[in-house]
Write a protein that binds this ligand. Structure first.
Ligand SMILES: [Cu+2]
Length: 271
């Protein structure tokens, strides 16, 4: 066992015999690097194959989804103008509602008009919100007073007031009674059924809120101008709902083409 046999300690005394060993050693090193390079190449080729494979997977996944359309429309809310309530001549022609002024609901109210597709087996089910929304009991109010959640979402109900509250609901979509609890405590409710849930406080009758639970991922709220758009709806026939806490609910059948847009408009007459 000579020192020169150690690849990292090449003795100058190794001579000619030693140089052969050095050659063998460098060859082996080269081979090792070549191997390593080969592995790198193999890995690169392999990862390219994976990229192509993944790309094909994505394409295959997108293609069926490309057979999806968009539902757009407008929700108009008609009300009698204030002028129509003013005293008028008995000979004046009575104007139909359509001719009277049309309200532009305040934007915060527009955001409470929900447009959604009814539960349907061909639609993707709702994904519950990953972060539990908070509905606070603060300043003797339920805050926020309106919340929209996909079915299955858990909502936290903390009490931030220094008085007891007792939130409850008798709505068919979710019946619950949180019981009395004080400041710093909280309870949770899972909203596992679609529909409107009206919430009240057993101790303070003026406290109220609404949580609206949608059945699938196809929902939106009205824009400030009353328009809406539901994108990537799989082709098919569905029931489109428009709901507002005081305007009520309207339903229309809608046929979504393989691609393109279906337009559905709604008119609510508010008295
Ligand atoms: Cu209360």
């Amino acid at each position: 066992m000579g020192v020169s046999e150690h690849p990292l300690q090449i003795s100058p005394q190794a001579g000619v015999a030693g140089s052969g060993r050095v050659q063998a050693w460098t060859d082996s090193i080269f081979e090792r690097f070549s191997d390593y390079g080969g592995q790198l190449v193999a890995r690169t080729v392999f990862s390219k194959r994976w990229t192509v494979f993944l790309f094909l997977l994505v394409v295959l996944w997108i293609v069926p989804r490309a057979e999806a359309g968009t539902i757009t429309g407008e929700v108009r809310i008609l009300v009698e103008s204030h002028a129509s309530h003013a005293p008028r001549s008995p000979f004046a022609r009575r104007r139909p509602v359509e001719e009277s002024s049309q309200t532009q609901m305040p934007s915060e109210e527009m955001q409470k008009v929900i447009v959604f597709l009814a539960d349907d087996s061909s639609l993707n089910p709702a994904q519950p919100l990953p972060e539990k929304p908070i509905v606070n009991q603060k300043d003797l109010e339920i805050q926020p007073g309106f919340l929209l959640v996909p079915v299955g979402t858990t909502v936290r109900f903390p009490n931030s007031d220094d008085v007891y509250h007792n939130l409850f609901s008798v709505s068919s979509a979710k019946r619950f009674d949180l019981g009395r609890y004080g400041q710093g405590k909280e309870k949770e409710v899972i909203f596992d059924k679609p529909g409107e849930v009206r919430i009240f406080c057993d101790i303070h009758p003026h406290m109220n809120a609404i949580i609206f639970v949608v059945p699938n991922e196809y929902y939106t709220v009205l824009g400030d101008d009353g328009s809406f758009s539901l994108d990537n709806v799989p082709a098919g026939e569905y029931e489109l709902h428009v709901w507002h806490e005081s305007l009520g609910e309207q339903t229309k059948r809608v046929n979504v083409p393989d691609s393109g847009v279906s337009t559905v408009d709604f008119v609510f007459a508010r008295n």
